[in-house]
Design a protein around this ligand. Structure first.
Ligand code: ATP
Ligand code: AMO
Length: 380
């Protein structure tokens, strides 16, 4: 009650009404749920007994858990990321679209797809808006974005994978080079990070108090390095890395650390990935088809964005899909949309929960999903 704040005022209550009754013993005490690791370490030294509220207890009682100042901060920061994303892209002539989440086949390939029965027809929950955002470009929209739900039937239980997350997607015509997409991405994220630091001071402080973190270091012009340069940096530092393979989680972390030491930034773009590790719709490099016009973006050594220039020729797209083992029948309407003529284009997809997790240096994506869905959790 605010009464406790008015130290020089005496208040005399005449009546007390109970507006909403709570159970006598809550699942946990909010004060316990708001403690930082530092408090636990101090308590261990002094012998004080503090109650630790585990992650499952918090998530099982999420409505109570999100009342802590840090959690209030996290979800207000998340709201601002979406807001800043929308405002920046709207000012750059992008149109917001809404694509279907019930679709006929996998949009990203692979096995991480939720299958369902659509009135007797096999169907999937969309793994991304990839195919439809490209179809909007074929439909002459020029520049589009979407904020929507993405479903991935992930099997493993990791700190950064959810089975349902929020995708911030961008797709745009390219006039000459996929660097035009990187230019939008660069300015968009500097706008988002500046905006968070300016508008969310109180929220960042609340998060920092419970989960101390170093503020994100980012440059005015985002660092871009090629995949080959990244591999060389890793090799020079004594790490193993395949120049034509993907980076595993540990190698990505190591590269993030090397980039931070050399360039003093926690945020960078790695581009020209090997074609073999990218989805079928990715455009090969014109000067070397072992590599592709694609990129990933990292915060503190972890991926938050994937993107690329896309193949815009229907026959080439068909052969790329077949090479990648995709059943082209399930994506025939997508492929046919390129037969009426399609402009060169590219784009990217951002994981909202990962952006907030890594901007705030948090250790688990469940902290930045209001009601997380992972391989073991479908409630609350
Ligand atoms: P996305 O799958 O959307 O591209 P991602 O971060 O999972 O995002 P990937 O390029 O698929 O990126 O994977 C990068 C690395 O992350 C993999 O080499 C692997 O080490 C690890 N990884 C990816 N998916 C999983 C998973 N479901 N479980 C455990 N590790 C994973
Ligand atoms: P990708 O599969 O890399 O690319 O996904 C884009 C971004 O989404 C986030 N992400 C996830 N977040 C939480 N849980 C997950 N299981 C998960 N999987 C991915 C990551 C990732 O960088 N269609 C392409 C994008 C494009 O090229 O436009 C795609 O979906 O932050």
């Amino acid at each position: 009650m605010s009464v406790g704040m008015c130290i020089n005022v005496e208040v005399q209550g005449r009546k007390v009404f109970c507006i909403s009754r709570a159970i006598p013993t809550l699942p946990f005490n909010l004060e316990d749920a708001a403690r930082s690791e530092t408090e636990f370490i101090k308590a261990e030294q002094t012998g004080e007994q503090l109650v630790r509220v585990g992650q499952d207890t918090r998530l099982n009682n999420r409505v109570l858990d999100i009342r802590t100042p840090a959690n209030q901060g996290i979800f207000r920061i998340q709201y601002q990321v979406g807001n800043l994303f929308r405002m920046f892209l709207s000012s750059e002539d992008f149109v917001e679209i809404h694509t279907p989440k019930l679709i006929a086949g996998a949009s990203e390939g692979g096995s991480a797809v939720f299958k369902l029965d659509y009135k007797g027809q096999p169907a999937c929950l969309a793994q991304s808006p990839q195919l439809h955002k490209q179809m909007a470009i074929c439909g002459n929209f020029g520049r589009v974005f979407e904020v929507g739900h993405v479903f991935r039937a992930e099997d493993s239980f990791t700190h950064r994978h959810l089975c349902e997350f929020t995708g911030l997607d961008v797709e745009m015509e390219i006039k000459e080079h996929y660097f035009e997409v990187l230019d939008i991405l660069d300015r968009l994220f500097v706008h988002i990070f500046d905006g968070l630091n300016r508008m969310c001071k109180k929220e960042l402080e609340a998060v920092n108090k419970q989960y101390p973190f170093e503020p994100l270091k980012y440059l005015r012009k985002t660092l871009q390095i090629t995949f080959k340069e990244g591999i060389e940096m890793l090799k020079e530092a004594g790490f193993e890395a395949d120049p034509l393979g993907d980076l595993n989680t540990e190698t990505e972390r190591n590269l993030g650390q090397l980039v931070r030491e050399k360039y003093d930034t926690d945020f960078y773009i790695l581009h020209r990935y090997p074609l073999a590790v990218r989805p079928f719709y990715t455009m090969p490099c014109f000067d070397d088809d072992l590599y592709s016009n694609s990129f990933d973006v990292f915060i503190r050594g972890e991926e938050i964005i994937s993107g690329a220039q896309r193949v815009h020729d229907a026959d080439f797209l068909t052969s790329r899909a077949q090479e990648c083992g995709i059943d082209v029948k399930t994506i025939s309407t997508y492929i046919d949309s390129f037969r009426c003529g399609a402009p060169p284009h590219g784009g990217f997809g951002v994981g909202l929960e990962r952006v907030v997790m890594l901007f705030c240096g948090l250790n688990n994506i469940r902290k930045t999903s209001l009601f997380p869905r992972d391989p073991q959790r479908l409630a609350p």
